[in-house]
Design a protein around this ligand. Sequence first.
Ligand code: C2E
Ligand code: MG
Ligand code: MG
Length: 583
Amino acid sequence: MRLSTLRQLNLLDTPPSESFDRITRMAIKLFDLPIAAVSLTDHDRQWFKSRVGVDHWEIPRFKACCGEVADTSDFLVVPDLLQSATYQNSVLAESGVRFYAGAPLTTRDGYTLGSMCVLGHEPRQITDDERALLRDMAAMVMDQIELQHAFGRLDPVTGLPNRNQFSEDIEDMRRDQREGQWYAFHVDLFDENQIRSLQRVIGLPSFDTMAHEVADYLKQQLQYPERLYYIGGCQYLYLVTGSEADIYNTGRSLWQLVNELVLNESTPVLHTPVVGIAPFELSDAVGADIIRTAHSASEDARQAGQDVVLYSQKLDAEHRRRFSILHDFRHALESQEQLYLHFQPRLNLSTNKCHSVEALLRWQHPQLGAISPAEFIPLVESTSLVRRLTDWVLHRCIDQIKYWHRQGCPLQVAMNISGNNLNEPGFAKRILLALQAADVDTRWLELELTESAIVSHSKLAMQQLNTLRDAGVSIAIDDFGTGYNTLTYLHDLPAHVVKIDRAFVRDLDRGTRNQAIVSAMVSMAQQLGYRVVAEGVENEPSCAYLRDIGCDEIQGFWYSKPVPADECCALARRYQPGSTLVT
Ligand code: C2E
Ligand code: MG
Ligand code: MG
């Protein structure tokens, strides 16, 4: 037990410290003796945390007086080692020590770790006052040890052990080879947005008080309060062992317990607790992984609108994939071969020719293979990397426009941009400068952005759209109809083209419902002065219908899938009305 306590306190093989040296220096002064030491007793040696007057940092434990103090937890006085049957042949006696007095170093839990001792070269007695003094010094050493231990391991707000302590406890449990299946319950009282607004409304000190109140409540209510940890925010971790059959019920009771809690009555807040459960085997457990998986389970609970969720490897794998996609995209932008563009031609229904193509980004990930833009773009769009993504696409598009023009194939290129781009100061200017630097006329570039990107139209976004439009760049509203039904404010937007989303176009050949919707969209948009492109046209009847209602252009697999740049030009030239279009 002593060994594990020494380990827990992180005392073994740590360097001697000045704070203990101060106490030993004081001891030799007060006792007027040449040697004083703080010694800790390991299983086969005695080991000094601090000493004054001893040359060796370690001496064999055999027959060491300090070893006896550690084993018996009693105060030991040996007035003359040479007169003592036990110690007369000891290493200490051989080194010339005659007098020894040692007070046990005992933790609050009652474990003795070693001794605080004073030694002399002459036989000596010890007074009651001196005994009391040495005991006080031992207590000072223990206070110091426990203080150092608590620092960084106990959360100052809640008083609960923190994640560092959790990881160490898991290590210890593994070393002690505790049996059985274990579960970590992650209790989270608020979702992230709630936390942010709470901290803002009630202030950080009140938030801390609340975290503290919850900790106190849980400590009182839980069967094993010593297995409760504080993770941060209003998140707690509770360790439970048991059978898989019971574990969900335990999770529910824990949830109920937290749900019944009445928080800080002066600032009533509505908490929305969730409990995530992570099962783990001690044999291969790592503290940080347990915290992560338990947290991931409670996030899954929150997203699914459930109270208690057991960790799912499948969901976790999805999160990890998202994380690595985001992480690896930065490298993809720097590498020469992972990203490239495909282009999807659009067919102009009045000329039966292709004048425009849409640039679509492709990513060949070295390990994960081809990743769809529908998967990685929304992730990248939520980060500042979106600026680099759009710049990357912009420069490739401009190069391509130039190249096609030189080939006698003047195609306009539509590229997708993200709503966040419009909120970057200088975005419009960057586009115009890039076009200018390449000597490409603005009318050869179209920018597609979705309704939702425009709906948040901040002042800056609107200004930049206006700047681009005034400079002659075409603006298209992508995926029209899927967002906020913007027909009502279409007339406010500085755009030229409306691209009706595939969802409405897909079933145009079947049933009249979508026909009615698309027909209304086309005529309304045209009356407001927009060109209309129908996306996702997959068959001839749909194309014929769109032609009938006067739609301006179509884009979709029927005309062409997105293709590499060199196929595009040939395809754009090849089409003649009435010929077979499917490639
Ligand atoms: P989007 O801009 O609406 O692009 C059209 C998507 O529909 C493309 O998917 C295209 O391959 C697909 N598509 C075209 N015709 C058909 C059809 O007939 N049937 C079906 N089922 N699908 C068709 P993709 O290439 O997977 O791109 C998905 C989305 O990713 C794009 O939707 C766009 O929002 C985004 N995206 C692609 N490239 C970029 C980019 O460079 N920058 C940004 N910000 N977003 C991009
Ligand atoms: Mg698009
Ligand atoms: Mg679209």
